[in-house]
Design a protein around this ligand. Structure first.
Ligand SMILES: Cc1ncc(COP(=O)(O)O)c(C=O)c1O
Length: 407
């Protein structure tokens, strides 16, 4: 198919998307962030697609595609680590179609369960993505179902493009939209539609350093296959862009940047604490740019950071919260040796309480072979109101007569 044919197909599908998706999905809110705006010296808005039906934008493309298949096939097949899976299962259920979703065995538990709840038949597979795609196409052929590609399809790209239409309808004077890149369907749709509606707009793509396929492909001027490292942004963990999405990114995306895993965790934590919103790693990469020090790009400009999804396992959130609180100095671990006599714990917890500390966890090991004679190992995790409180607690413990700080 020529590039012109693909653009024509996206245009046709985009009209169909606008007429179809809003029967089933939300126009998601856009929030101004005062703190992020001050941090960059510009105006920062957050587009809350984490609050979309199924928890991510993926449902836009899935409905656009599947609504056109309903009279042709009885079911659809998809391969996905999560959000595309949920989008496809939900969209198929709207048209009373079967959906078979192949997911990696290590996919996030919340995403597997949600896909089943939307009516998807989930097949868990221990195999590389290439092999999962091969199985997906095979099953589709056997059952005479349609295989729904997660990104390299004009209907999917057009559906994701409705986000650009929505953003520009609400904030036409936006200068820049920042968009996460997985296989590239989301940014292809957003950049193509946004530039049609406002040619001077800038579109910036973001990837995790752990899966920098668009960054490397643009740098090397060819479609590059990257090795994926463990990442909080599981939604962006594609090895390679699509043939179609690579072309869109080359033509319509102004720049692609990468962010660290630490900044992604900081982004999740920040949005949770300040905006009371749950955002998954992929969706937080746009905010992570600011924590990685990329601020010049946004100075004196109006920027929309897309929060593309909110489907994150609670165990991940728990760990990120603990890490974030500890980096912010609001959670401290006190480790030392406590005198092994009755009443010691009472004295220690008294010092903590007197200084406003709230105990989160206590680890007490009387069998620790490295403890000095007559002492036991004690590790206490405490939530503290301020750094002064930490100092006062430590001083109080050292003076209590029952505590010896771990050297
Ligand atoms: C939350 C989230 N954000 C962004 C993306 C990237 O989308 P695309 O693969 O179309 O680039 C995905 C992909 O699954 C996702 O789940």
């Amino acid at each position: 198919m020529s590039s012109l044919d693909i653009l024509n197909q996206v245009d046709r599908n985009f009209q169909h998307a606008l007429e179809t998706v809003y029967k089933y999905i939300h126009k998601t809110p856009m929030e101004h962030s005062k703190t992020l705006s001050e941090m960059v010296g510009g105006e920062i808005y957050l587009k809350c697609e984490n609050l979309q039906k199924t928890g991510s934008f993926k449902v836009r493309g899935a409905i656009t595609k599947i609504s056109q298949l309903k009279d042709r096939v009885g079911g659809v097949v998809a391969v996905s680590a999560g959000n595309h899976a949920q989008g496809v299962a939900y969209a198929a259920s709207l048209y009373n179609m079967e959906s078979i979703i192949i997911m990696p065995r290590n996919a996030s538990i919340s995403k597997i369960e949600a896909t089943k709840n939307y009516g998807g038949e989930v097949i868990l597979v221990d195999a590389p993505f290439d092999e999962m795609f091969r199985r997906g196409y095979e099953i589709a052929k056997e059952k005479n179902y349609e295989f729904v590609h997660p990104f390299d399809d004009p209907a999917i790209i057009a559906g994701q493009g409705t986000l650009a239409w929505e953003i520009l309808n609400e904030l036409y004077d936006v200068d820049t939209i920042v968009v996460p890149i997985g296989g590239g369907g989301l940014i292809s749709g957003i950049s193509y539609i946004a530039k049609k509606l406002k040619p001077e707009i800038k579109i910036i793509g973001v990837e995790s350093e752990s899966a920098p396929k668009a960054y490397k492909s643009l740098k090397e001027g060819r479609l590059v296959d990257v090795e994926i490292k463990p990442t909080l942004a599981d939604g962006l963990a594609a090895k390679k862009l699509g043939e179609v999405t690579y072309e869109f990114i080359q033509k319509y995306v102004d720049d692609v940047i990468t962010v660290s895993e630490k900044a992604i965790a900081q982004g999740i934590y920040f949005i949770l604490e300040r905006n009371k919103l749950i955002v998954e790693g992929a969706g937080a990469t746009t905010v992570a740019t600011i924590f990685d020090g990329i601020r010049e790009l946004f100075r004196n400009r109006k920027t929309v950071l897309l929060l593309s999804g909110g489907n994150i396992d609670l165990t991940h959130i728990y760990r990120i919260l603990l890490k974030g609180l500890s980096e912010a100095g609001r959670l401290v671990t006190l480790e030392g040796y406590a005198l092994d006599v009755p009443g010691t714990l009472n004295k220690i917890t008294g010092v903590i309480a007197d200084n406003g500390g709230n105990i989160v966890d206590v680890y007490h090991d009387r069998m620790d072979i490295y403890s000095p004679p007559g002492y036991t190992l004690l590790r206490i995790i405490v939530e503290v109101p301020s750094s002064d409180a930490v100092k006062n607690i430590k001083d109080g413990l050292n003076k209590s007569g029952v505590w010896m700080t771990h050297s």
